[in-house]
Design a protein around this ligand. Structure first.
Ligand code: BDP
Length: 728
């Protein structure tokens, strides 16, 4: 009997250790809480400090935003500090947190923060210590309740990242007006370039069912300063403007309002015909103008703080004003006119390219620069960071710095369309930082893209940054847990473009996982090299767009036979027996003329072009000597191999932190890194073997040899099923 009990126990124990993964019903960390994880502060000294400052909370004001502040503190502080918070009306003892505006709190107005408050606008906040009736208190104040909400998240971040708050004094305000996420969600709930499940907008159950996820979505966005969301795909279904969908939208707008988030929708330019029953969508037709004006009136009746329209027009087959011989400005202005009386804006995208253009790089600039000054003040031009399309590395789009009289905002991609979907770890913070720090020289040195976008170079009426955020119904929102970090980084940089990708990565890791240095040190390094690794194993040295057509996942540098040359890979790399790369210098397509000096001169000359951008601008001899002393061919091979080694290094680092975080997320990322390593090898071998057919040079001996021949890799393009394809 004894023996059998023992055997039984032994069996149970072994089965636990053999199957350590989670079973149904267990409370696992599935990543749903993202960076609002509020992990308990274990360090006793810090914990005491925090408790001393936060033992009671006084909230002033009764708005719905004050209610969500209370709710957030109720979620966060008990978890972080193991403390039930007591809310009171008055500061009564040391260690009170007082939250209010000068209007809602006479105590705050007596503190004379006027000068500071005058500098932080409607959304900024202050966190300060103050003596109130002889009690030492912590104060969060702002000009509006939304500012207070941002301040509360700001304070919680201090605690989540274990900062000393005994001497805290923070003044923070956003540098751009619209900090916006764009969803490419179809009404069918399939998400274009979405790799994390279905659309989080459950249109079928709206407006009746208010899924709790909508509130958590708002919390996550507000916590990083996002204040606008365009909820549907830029390849827009006209029915978004129908009464049926507008009623659903009202519910989302109501949920987001207390969090300071305005809703936008993407519109289809033909809507006056398909929804309105008119026989034209010509922007200069009086009936069309009238239709848009009435549509705007209707929307604002339903959603008084509606943000406006996001528009993809005359781009990739989307309808637009060209059909009526009207230009982008005429097309945008009719919408702007309709929204203007209500304070709305039109966000007009500049993502255009045309089969007639010899070099796709040039198209957006050529189409939009002649129209500078013709757009109404409530139009904002939304420009992708690079001239082509969210590639792993692009030089900055020359439109930044060229549109002196047209509000110009930046569009970045959070969803990893070109970075291995939700299967690869590729923190985009470093890419965003690189884009924002690029110097346009539009108004002398230091006219960075960040400054242009913040309206510090030209005097823009409206400013903004948009991030394409194709989150879905996956419990952790983004599929790969680390894609959350790019969402987080986007919000933080939209708030303040001067922050560094490194400090943001650190913050995110601490808030999402743990503050343990043994975890942070290696994994922040992993994050910081991850994007470069992705560049190296896909398209180093300024190569671009070597993807299999359609899904954009795997390599197909050999693609040559498609209805349009600018959809092929050979169009972009131009490899031949002499060399590789796209000549965009004066002797080539002369796209470099779109940049200001000295950028133009720098990219025009091979010697002064940074090697990371080399093949973006030059067709380079295979024997060209690189900075390392290697030939171009050797350097290219070296980079491809380096990319794979970097992924292997990332795997080692990740494996080394086992036990420091929860098992569920550990195992998930570990498995994804295995997929990434396999993919990286496939990318490397496909590209090196393919380019070798032109260079006719050997892969140097020190490198492992590709396991298969080129034909094999080509066959994978056809035979491998790629999950999560493009959904139209
Ligand atoms: C490309 C995507 C496509 C989008 C397009 C856009 O492949 O799905 O519709 O951008 O930004 O990157 O409009």
């Amino acid at each position: 009997m004894k023996v059998s009990v023992l055997t039984f126990l032994l069996l149970v124990l072994t089965s636990i250790s053999i199957h350590p993964t989670v079973t149904f019903g267990q409370n696992i960390d599935d990543g749903y809480r993202a960076w609002l994880n509020y992990e308990k502060v274990e360090n006793q000294e810090l914990l005491n400090d925090y408790r001393n400052v936060l033992s009671s909370v006084v909230l002033k004001g009764n708005s719905p935003t004050m209610a969500v502040i209370k709710e957030e503190l109720n979620i966060a502080l008990p978890d972080l500090l193991g403390l039930e918070i007591s809310f009171s009306d008055q500061v009564q003892n040391n260690g009170t947190l007082l939250i209010g505006t000068p209007e809602s709190s006479s105590q705050i107005s007596s503190l004379n923060f006027d000068e500071k408050l005058a500098q932080i606008g409607d959304e900024g906040y202050l966190i300060e210590h103050a003596d109130l009736d002889g009690y030492r208190s912590l104060v969060i104040t702002a000009n509006t309740d939304i500012g207070l909400l941002y301040g509360v998240f700001g304070l919680l971040k201090q605690i989540q990242t274990h900062q000393n708050i005994s001497e805290i004094s923070i003044q923070s305000a956003p540098k751009v007006e619209y900090r916006m996420v764009n969803h490419w969600d179809n009404l069918s709930r399939l998400v274009e370039r979405g790799y994390a499940g279905l659309s989080i907008w459950d249109w079928g159950t709206l407006p009746e069912y208010k899924h709790p996820r909508y509130t958590d979505y708002a919390r996550l966005n507000a916590s990083i300063g996002i204040n606008a969301t365009a909820v549907n795909n830029v390849n827009a279904d006209p029915r978004m403007l129908s009464d049926q969908f507008l009623e659903k939208l009202v519910v989302l707008a109501d949920i987001f309002r207390p969090y300071g988030i305005k809703v936008f929708i993407s519109i289809n330019y033909q809507a006056p015909i398909s929804v309105g029953g008119l026989d034209t969508a010509d922007p200069l037709d009086p009936n069309v103008r009238n239709w848009w004006a009435e549509k705007a009136d209707q929307i604002y009746d339903m959603i008084p703080d509606f943000g406006g329209f996001l528009v993809k027009a005359d781009s990739e087959g989307q309808p637009g004003p060209f059909a009526y011989d009207r230009n982008h400005a005429e097309g945008a202005n009719v919408l702007a006119e309709a929204l203007e009386p209500h304070g709305g804006v039109v966000i007009w995208r500049a993502f255009v390219y045309s089969p007639e253009q010899e070099d796709r790089f040039r198209e957006a600039y050529d189409e939009f620069v002649p129209l500078d000054g013709q757009f109404k003040d409530n139009v904002i031009l939304q420009v992708k960071n690079g001239p082509i399309d969210f590639q792993p590395r692009e030089p900055f789009s020359p439109l930044f710095g060229a549109m002196e009289e047209t509000n110009t905002m930046l569009e970045l991609q959070i969803t990893q369309e070109y970075f291995g979907f939700s299967y690869h770890l590729a923190y985009q913070g470093t890419l965003f930082e690189e884009a924002l720090d690029s110097d346009t020289f539009a108004n002398g040195e230091g006219s960075t893209v960040g400054k242009v976008v913040a309206g510090e170079v030209f005097d823009y009426e409206h400013t903004g940054m948009a991030g394409v955020l194709n989150i879905g119904t996956d419990r952790n929102w983004t599929g790969h847990p680390f894609v959350q970090s790019s969402w987080y980084a986007f919000g933080r940089l939209a708030w303040d473009y001067t922050l560094s990708a490194g400090e943001i990565a650190d913050e995110w890791l601490k808030m999402t996982f743990t503050n343990k240095p043994e975890f942070l040190d290696p994994i922040s390094e992993v994050m910081m090299i991850s994007r470069e690794a992705g560049v190296n194993y896909r398209s180093p040295l300024g190569l671009t767009h070597l993807y299999a057509q359609g899904h954009h996942y795997g390599p197909a540098p050999w693609t040559s036979d498609l209805p349009r040359p600018d959809w092929t890979a050979v169009y972009y790399h131009k490899a031949d027996v002499d060399g590789i790369g796209f000549d965009r210098t004066q002797s080539g397509s002369n796209a470099i003329e779109q940049y200001h000096e000295p950028v133009r001169k720098r990219f025009n000359k091979i010697e002064s072009t940074p090697e990371d951008y080399l093949l973006w601008f030059h067709h380079v001899d295979w024997n060209y000597e690189m900075n390392s002393g290697r030939t171009l061919w050797e350097e290219l091979v070296h980079k491809y191999y380096e990319g794979v080694e970097q992924v292997r290094w990332m795997q080692e680092q990740w494996n080394s932190i086992e036990g420091l975080i929860d098992e569920h997320r550990f195992e998930h990322v570990k498995a994804l890194l295995e997929i990434q390593e396999k993919d990286a090898v496939r990318w490397r071998d496909s590209c090196v073997l393919y380019f070798q057919t032109f260079s006719d040079m050997p892969i140097p001996d020190q490198y492992e040899k590709p396991e298969h021949d080129l034909e094999y890799y080509k066959s994978l393009e056809r035979s491998l099923y790629i999950p999560s394809p493009r959904y139209d």
